[in-house]
Design a protein around this ligand. Structure first.
Ligand code: PRX
Length: 666
């Protein structure tokens, strides 16, 4: 048979296949391969979570696995004490001291990459912890980390954890305003940042943005530490260090050989805050704790990502998001493996960059986002074909639904049909994975994340909270607490209840059975109990797997001079999944022209960052509104997607729909 024919036949077979068994070679060596785990965990809940706690080293043993006396303020492993940095570093020194903890691949490509063995990581984390302590950072002080993908970011996270100081990492792509808002919201007086980083080979000015953000912070800022990433290359930016700014390398040199005893923290003490988008303009400070979070990150890394200490594990996310926290830093290091970090983009210097890295480092796992996979697919299989990817044993995806075509492309062209794929559903709030297949146990169904993990009680319910029948769509809920769950929103217990619990819980009840967690995702259930997550049901857009609140973007737009009103919706996008579409009404006396469009785009980039940049800005004389004055977003979504417009009879101003369609066409 000619090659072409063989390929066509293979494609046809794959296109039809909707279930894939895990490869035998994988099952034989998998960390979890006994299907009994599902029943065992159900029968033994919540004690089953001792399995996760057993992956950690405790300074003081816990007394109770779950304290559910005050729902939804659950507490896990109460009475226990431990330190996260000791769990991620110190306890591995004896067996893994000379092995790589972090393999960092930086840009530009010709520059040396860096390897940190566990010994080296231990040394630098101690030195930086000593420096932070001397600057005045103590237990419970929140330290903001506004850093690109440089090794000093996980080092700073671990140094904070060593001191018992929670960190709040702000994604480096976020704007100066976003930094200031987050520092103020967390009452954070310390900032660790960097002078810059490289994108597609060019240096980017980061300190300028950080300084601008600092100027906007209303609270006190005590000290700022700046990592020198660019060396000589930052001459053009011309920022010196201000008086309260310290050079990271100088601090490390001043504390050479220092040793800081890891501070024993209560299981429920805060490990970090992570700000994420919600339905109002104000980001939510999701609080994660020491023991429950680390146990969850470690247990899911072991059972889902199949991580073993001798692996080289590669997650291509940014540590500025929760995926990087749980699955570049905390989970993998808790297991003592080698975790990789890549500073750059997958298309520089060429579109085979990721495959070059996988080959060079002989990565065992690759965990990435559907957006990236769709881009790889668009670029073509000639790029992965240039490289030997046979070191890969498992593939993963996270952040958004993956369409079956992209799944199969990943399975064939990257995994060579030999690697299971885990499509992992979870959120910033869940701390780690919740719904996905155990790769050594379960059949994979492209497009469906899978059943809930053992011990996780995820159910798809209808509007009344009743479980839907197979084949039906409804809302995803989690009916029982889990160790990795957020404990509250920083300084805002009320919003915590409103946002996540009020929908399906009896909020007056003290019985945990009456409390149901609502992640605000729609989902579908099949006959085998597999869950397909359909996407957000609130006003949150998922751009390239990153959450953006429509309200945040709208408030940036209406802040632009000459804008009277704005509505933002998510429209389909071939690569990003969703993209931002803005509909804007201008004030009398202003013109909705290209100049105004540019000003709006700049305003959004300044308030949030380039990630929120609108794909399209449409000027319209009115927005479609119901008689009660509510904007009909669904119609705007239909228009953005070029779909047939649904029912307009409930509109106060149905004639506006044609006008908007016209404006889009222009
Ligand atoms: O809508 C779901 C989608 O991403 C949201 C969580 O976003 P974030 O907190 O930024 O965390 C992203 C990384 C975990 C969810 O509410 N989502 C995440 N994973 C999947 C997904 N949608 C479908 N399938 C997934 N595997």
């Amino acid at each position: 048979m000619a090659d072409d024919d063989a390929e066509t036949e293979l494609e046809a077979r794959l296109a039809e296949q909707d279930a894939f068994e895990p490869p035998e070679s994988f099952v034989e060596q998998a960390n979890v391969s006994d299907p009994a785990i599902y029943d065992d965990f159900e029968d033994d809940w919540p004690a089953c979570w001792e399995t996760a706690a057993d992956l950690l080293s405790w300074d003081t043993d816990y007394d109770t696995v779950l304290d559910d006396s005050n729902p939804p303020f659950y507490e896990w492993f109460t009475g226990g004490e431990l330190n996260v940095s000791a769990n991620c570093i110190d306890r591995h020194l004896e067996e893994r001291g000379d092995e790589a903890a972090i393999e960092w691949v930086g840009e530009p490509v010709e520059e040396a990459n860096r390897t940190y063995t566990y010994e080296e990581l231990h040394r630098e984390v101690n030195e930086f912890a000593a420096a932070l302590r001397e600057l005045g950072v103590g237990e419970d002080d929140i330290v903001t980390l506004y850093m690109p993908m440089v090794p000093e970011l996980p080092i700073a996270m671990l140094a904070c954890a060593r001191l018992g100081a929670p960190h709040s990492v702000v994604f480096a792509g976020f704007s100066a305003d976003a930094l200031a808002t987050r520092m103020d919201a967390a009452d954070s007086e310390y900032l660790v940042t960097a002078d810059g980083y490289y994108r597609r080979g060019d240096p980017l000015d980061h300190l300028g943005k950080a300084n601008e953000g600092l100027a906007g912070v209303e609270g006190d800022v005590s000290d700022v530490v700046v990592v020198d990433r660019l060396g000589e290359n930052d001459d053009g930016f011309g920022h010196g260090l201000a008086e309260d700014q310290h050079d990271y390398d100088d601090l490390i040199a001043d504390h050479e050989g220092a040793s800081v005893d890891p501070v024993a923290r209560d299981a429920e003490d805060m490990l970090f805050l992570m700000y994420t988008s919600g339905t109002t303009g104000k980001p939510k400070g999701v609080k994660h704790t020491t023991a429950g979070y680390l146990a969850w990150a470690a247990w899911t890394s072991e059972s889902v990502l199949d991580i073993k200490p001798e692996d080289t594990y590669f997650c291509s996310a940014d540590i500025g998001w929760i995926t990087g926290h749980s699955y570049i830093v905390y989970g993998p290091l808790a297991l003592g493996t080698t975790t990789m970090m890549y500073e750059g983009t997958p298309d520089h210097p060429e579109r085979d960059r990721l495959w070059e890295i996988v080959e060079e480092y002989e990565a065992d796992q690759l965990y990435t986002a559907p957006t990236a996979i769709r881009a790889f697919m668009k670029w073509g299989e000639q790029y992965p074909e240039r490289h030997d990817l046979s070191s890969l044993r498992l593939l993963g995806t996270v952040g958004e639904p993956i369409n079956p075509r992209a799944w199969k492309w990943y399975y064939t062209n990257i995994g060579n049909e030999e690697c299971p794929i885990v499509d992992t559903w979870w959120q910033t709030e869940t701390g780690g994975m919740m719904v996905t297949t155990l790769p050594g146990v379960k059949t994979m169904k492209p497009g469906s994340a899978g059943p809930p993990l053992p011990g996780v009680d995820a159910q798809v319910v209808d509007g009344n909270g009743e479980e839907v029948s197979p084949g039906q769509a409804g809302y995803l809920t989690v009916q029982k607490p889990w160790p990795g769950m957020l404990r509250t929103l920083y300084d805002n217990d009320e919003r915590f209840i409103d946002e996540y619990w009020a929908e399906y819980s009896d909020t007056d009840s003290e019985d945990p059975a009456d409390w149901v967690y609502f992640p605000e995702d729609g989902a579908k259930l099949d006959d085998d109990g597999y869950i397909t997550v359909l996407g957000r049901v609130d006003d949150v857009i998922n751009v390239s797997g990153h959450r953006l609140g429509t309200m945040e973007i709208e408030s940036a737009i209406v802040g632009t001079e000459g804008v009277a009103e704005a509505a933002v919706v998510g429209g389909n996008h071939e690569v990003k999944g969703e993209a931002v579409y803005a509909y804007v009404i201008v004030e009398d006396g202003y013109e909705g022209d290209d100049g105004m469009r540019e000003r709006i785009i700049t305003a959004v980039e300044d308030a949030i960052g380039p990630i929120a940049r609108p794909e399209s800005v449409v000027f319209t004389p009115e927005l479609p509104k119901t008689r009660s004055g509510k904007i009909m977003r669904r119609l705007l979504e239909d228009i953005a997607n070029g779909e047939e417009i649904g029912d307009t009879t409930t509109l106060r101003n149905p004639e506006i729909v044609a006008d908007i369609e016209d404006a889009v066409g222009k």
